[in-house]
Write a protein that binds this ligand. Structure first.
Ligand code: ATP
Ligand code: MG
Length: 628
């Protein structure tokens, strides 16, 4: 497939979409950005409207909807209780063993109010930060929403981190209260979360209270006056299902969340109630053309930004029915996802290329056992999607009917920044065009736009409501990391390198640090890896630069082969030739290294910095988010 010539969606899809013309609305949103966002904000409820849409007086510390009073819960739950959405399903949840729970918006409100009252009774106040370390069970979402409801911020720590990583995050947040569960189910086994929390608490001087949800029923160690079972607290009169939602300033902190740690020590970013509500709901609604009858499945973990913005907040604000699954995609068989899509009539699936590649390995027969024709749209996030995975996702999962929304964004951006809409003609591997209100640049070292198809640094030239406000407790690092490089132009420096083609489509080609300069040519890790994966024997690949006497840098490619394939000299030679053929001779790797696994973050991203450090015998840096 020549990706550059591929055009999708068909006319049918165009007629189905609410937004008929990208260009008109885009131009309007750029001509008057503040009015565009004010109009979006007006779709939401506010206790008190804002005085000013954007305060840009203290760059780079922008404020949105200044003077406005709201709470994200006012829009994610409260306003739905006044309409027929009250009795619509808010959440369908399936546990790994197959147990099922459903909650209407009415029921969700009761759960959240009860949890909120319990937190209050435990002395949680507005402005506190509560740490949440849980498996993917409904209570994880209730806990997040309960914090927001009473004006406490949450810090969700992915339930796969070590006790050291957890303790570090608890301490950074000064959390008094942590919410956890005895464990969760993963590949048929119970994880032991509470044990990890117990160890973390030994390292945390601020910890006072641990609330534990019973999920697995495994025995856990509990201490008097510190540990409480959630179901015990729920049975007490303190857990009333009536709880007023706290009025917050638009700029008050909603949560603290760490980046994935692909490129270095994770950064703890701060998001707020007002701008984030507007941004997540607008992007979710428009990019996925959300309909009242949708059943939305964002197959992420709430421990990452994707889970926060598009599993929980954006969809709930839009009154969607969200689906959540607890466990492994291949348990008990590799058709688990397809079975659930069939069973629950999922209409939109939003996931990552790494998940797609993982399921692709088992072949399409697992998909074809089920009727997944309810799907109307697909989404991708986390890394560039290679054409092999794109095609499989589109053809096998989407039955050639579903456009793929390849959304580029970051923890820092709060929501989608470069993304198609259902009407956008797609080019596999490109996240296509800027979302409304965004001016994106691909620039050189001086901040000047480079020519079409040249590689440069990806920048955002404007503020937007969903932007992170700072790195918690470290304004200076925030300024330094994202705003100092192109200080003069006031550009947000994303840290990714990209190309913009002659049609104005953006192609993310890798992390800026990962771009490989071979004899003066700049090659993207994503492109090299995608070339390697297009060989029929290759399942996954990671490309890194290592110093080379003549070329400056040479390309070294780590390769995981598909099941049953064996790495040997001949195949290595074949792969070198293959990459050179796909990419051009300049991209011929120095070597192919066969590996059984690649170092990845818990969110599924390859940690090239770790491969590089290992190859050079250097310090591996922060490994707290490394998957084992
Ligand atoms: P850290 O900032 O700690 O190194 P991270 O950047 O991996 O970690 P996230 O905020 O979870 O943490 O990921 C954002 C990054 O993911 C982007 O900067 C980009 O490199 C990559 N990414 C996300 N979506 C896409 C996409 N659709 N196409 C290409 N790359 C993507
Ligand atoms: Mg990042």
């Amino acid at each position: 497939m020549d990706s550059k010539k591929f055009v999708f969606p068909s006319e049918d899809v165009k007629n189905y979409a609410t937004i008929q013309s990208y260009d008109d609305l885009y131009d309007e949103s750029i001509a008057d950005r503040e009015t565009f966002w004010a109009n979006e904000a007006k779709r939401l409820d506010w206790y008190k409207p804002w005085d000013k849409v954007l305060d840009d007086s203290r760059h780079p510390f922008y404020k949105w909807f200044v003077g406005g009073k709201t709470n994200i819960i006012q829009n994610a739950i409260d306003r739905h209780l006044k309409t027929a959405t009250r009795n619509k399903l808010a959440l369908i949840w399936e546990g790994e063993p197959g147990d099922l729970k459903t909650y209407s918006y009415h029921a969700l409100n009761r759960e959240v109010a009860e949890f909120a009252n319990i937190l209050k009774a435990m002395g949680v106040h507005k402005g506190d930060i509560v740490t949440i370390y849980m498996p993917q069970i409904p209570e994880q979402i209730f806990a997040m929403l309960a914090c927001a409801k009473i004006g406490a911020a949450h810090s969700v720590v992915y339930g796969g981190f070590s006790h050291e990583a957890l303790a570090e995050r608890i301490n950074a947040a000064n959390s008094r209260v942590v919410i956890t569960a005895d464990g969760g189910f993963r590949r048929g086994k119970a994880t032991k979360l509470k044990d990890i929390v117990n160890k973390a608490m030994e390292l945390s001087p601020t910890m006072e209270v641990c609330i534990t949800v019973k999920r697995t029923g495994e025995e856990v160690y509990m201490e008097n006056d510190r540990d409480y079972w959630y179901h015990d607290l729920k049975a007490l009169p303190i857990a009333s299902h009536k709880c007023a939602t706290e009025e917050m300033d638009a700029e008050d902190m909603l949560f603290l969340l760490y980046t994935s740690g692909s490129t270095g020590k994770p950064k703890g970013l701060v998001h707020t109630h007002g701008g984030y509500s507007v941004y997540t709901s607008a992007t979710h609604r428009m990019v996925f053309d959300i309909k009242p009858e949708d059943r939305w499945w964002c197959a992420a973990d709430p421990g990452w930004i994707t889970g926060h913005s598009y599993m929980v907040y954006g969809p709930l604000i839009n009154g969607s029915t969200i689906f959540m699954y607890e466990g492994a995609p291949n348990h008990p068989y590799p058709d688990r996802w397809w079975r659930m899509i069939d069973k629950y009539g999922i209409t939109v699936l939003y996931t990552s290329p790494t998940a797609i590649r993982g399921l692709m390995r088992y072949g399409e027969s697992w998909v074809n056992r089920h009727d997944i024709s309810s799907l109307r749209l697909l989404g991708s996030v986390g890394e560039p999607i290679n054409p092999e995975a794109w095609r499989w996702y589109h053809e096998v999962v989407g039955n050639k009917q579903c456009p793929i929304m390849d959304t580029w964004w970051q923890t820092e951006t709060g929501g989608f920044v470069i993304t198609p809409l259902p009407i956008t003609p797609l080019k596999p591997g490109s996240a296509t065009k800027p979302f409304f209100g965004h001016e994106i640049g691909v620039v050189d070292e001086q901040g000047k736009d480079v020519a079409a198809n040249d590689v440069g640094a990806l920048v955002i030239k404007n503020p937007w409501p969903g932007m992170a406000r700072t790195i918690m407790g470290d304004d200076e690092r925030y300024n330094e990391t994202y705003w100092s490089k192109f200080e003069k132009q006031k550009y947000y420096h994303a840290g990714d390198s990209a190309r913009k083609d002659e049609d104005g489509y953006y192609w993310i080609i890798g992390r800026s640090d990962d771009v490989i300069k071979v004899s003066g040519y700049r090659l993207g890790t994503a492109e090299i890896e995608s070339a390697a994966v297009s060989h029929p024997d290759v399942a996954e690949a990671a490309a890194i630069p290592l110093p080379h006497e003549l070329k400056g840098s040479g390309i070294h490619v780590y390769v995981i082969l598909k099941a049953g394939k064996e790495g040997n000299k001949e195949l290595a030679k074949e792969l070198l030739d293959h990459v050179a053929k796909v990419m051009g001779p300049i991209a011929r790797p120095e070597e192919i290294i066969f590996a059984d696994s690649l170092p990845k973050t818990r969110s599924g991203k390859i940690m090239r910095r770790v491969l590089k450090a290992r190859a050079l015998g250097e310090d591996e840096g922060d490994l707290s988010t490394l998957d084992d």
